[in-house]
Ligand binder design. Structure first.
Ligand SMILES: [Zn+2]
Ligand SMILES: [Zn+2]
Length: 388
């Protein structure tokens, strides 16, 4: 019997009695149903067997005044949307008082992980003031991808493998083998902590018997080895839009953890890394490209073929007298924007200076120097002269 049972199961309904029924009424109702659904009278009838278990469990709690009081209390508190439950939620020895405590304790990460997990799955969101049984939005998940420059520019659909912790589907998080029950830890009475005396001080530490869980599993669930947790791995195809930047975070709505009790799924947030390109760079939505040209091309003008990213090359006209570092704009050959329009390709001219010269080239340059007498440092030479 777990806290979960107390909240999820309606024992009064199981026995078909009112909440104010007397012990005599409860006993009468139980006897009648027990005769009707007894396994001996219903061989191989799974539904009857289930019903028999249910009424036995109900009778076990309701026929015991202490357990019944705890049960009523737990259901009243949750029914009213309150956040307090009897500690341990259980019916263990020494727990007759049902000491109330704040559910926040469980979510605060203070040692009682197991219990917190159980309550977390049932009452998630309660701490934020919603009803105890309210639908809960699934959590957001994070993933990282590294894309080639081209994929980032054009957009790409990639498979993402996500591993997320989930409640064990076999035991629904109790950690107990189906058909068996967890029991309240007798050492800590379900509190999950023990106090230890050391040098006159009392320390609270996680219970060693139940590892702070408050519950013991005698017959562990084979799927999760009694942890109540499982890892769900799923592969989903994520569409990365065109034009993502290195370091950009993309929110894929509804691709995160599934919601609980009909709540919406969370989002998947993908951090994108983009490999640099050998040739192209990026400036916002524009692509950049450094275009080496010869001095004659810059001086005389030229028509040069320039590659584009993922498309046919374009022809760029270098005007006569283009200076080093001048940027020419090729419209519409940049990155695709969200609205479908495209940025530009910014071509920056870089006059290449040959490291070595053939004899002919050297002779030609000498004649050029002879022919071209304009001094590019004329504005500086005046200053140089003045200083001397
Ligand atoms: Zn399990
Ligand atoms: Zn314990």
């Amino acid at each position: 019997m777990s806290a979960r049972d107390y909240v999820e199961k309606d024992y009064y309904a199981a026995l078909g009695v009112s909440k104010t029924a007397s012990q005599a009424d409860i006993k009468k109702a139980y006897r009648k149903l027990a005769r009707q659904h007894h396994p001996d009278a219903n061989k191989g009838d799974a539904a009857s067997e289930e019903k028999f278990k249910e009424i036995s469990e109900a009778y076990d709690v309701l026929s015991d005044e202490t357990k019944r009081k705890e049960y009523d209390e737990a259901r009243t508190l949750f029914g009213a949307g309150g956040f307090r439950v009897p500690r341990g939620g259980g019916n263990g020895p020494g727990n007759g008082q049902g000491v109330p405590f704040d559910l926040g304790d469980l979510f605060g990460g203070g040692g009682g992980g197991g219990l917190g997990d159980i309550f977390g799955t049932i009452f998630g969101g309660a701490g934020r003031g919603r009803g105890a049984q309210a639908a809960r939005r699934g959590g957001d998940l994070e993933a990282e991808v590294t894309l080639s420059f081209n994929d980032a520019a054009s957009g790409v659909t990639i498979p993402l493998q996500l591993s997320t912790p989930m409640t064990c589907p076999t035991c629904h998080g109790s950690g107990a083998k189906p058909g068996t029950a967890t029991r309240v830890c007798p050492v800590c009475s379900g509190t999950g902590s023990q106090s230890r005396n050391a040098g006159g001080f009392a320390f609270a530490e996680p219970c060693r018997e139940c590892f702070g869980r408050g519950l013991l599993v005698d017959d562990p669930c084979a799927t999760c080895a009694g942890t109540g947790q499982a890892i769900s791995t799923r592969t989903l195809r994520a569409r990365i839009p065109a034009g993502v930047k290195d370091g950009q975070r993309i929110r894929l709505a509804g691709k995160g953890s599934p919601g609980e009790r009909g709540g919406p799924a969370g989002d998947l947030i993908v951090t994108v890394h983009v490999h640099p390109h050998d040739v192209f760079g990026r400036k916002g939505d524009n692509l950049t490209l450094t275009l080496p040209v010869t001095f004659p091309e810059a001086a005389l003008g030229a028509t040069v073929r320039v590659p584009t990213l993922g498309g046919a090359p374009v022809t760029v006209k270098i005007p006569a007298g283009t200076t080093n570092g001048r940027t020419l704009r090729v419209r519409g050959k940049g990155l695709t924007r969200r609205d479908g329009t495209r940025g530009d390709l910014l071509v920056t001219v870089e006059v290449a200076v040959p490291k070595t010269l053939s004899d002919d080239a050297r002779a030609a340059l000498a004649s050029y120097a002879e022919a071209q007498r304009d001094d590019p440092r004329a504005h500086l030479s005046k200053l140089v002269t003045a200083d001397e």
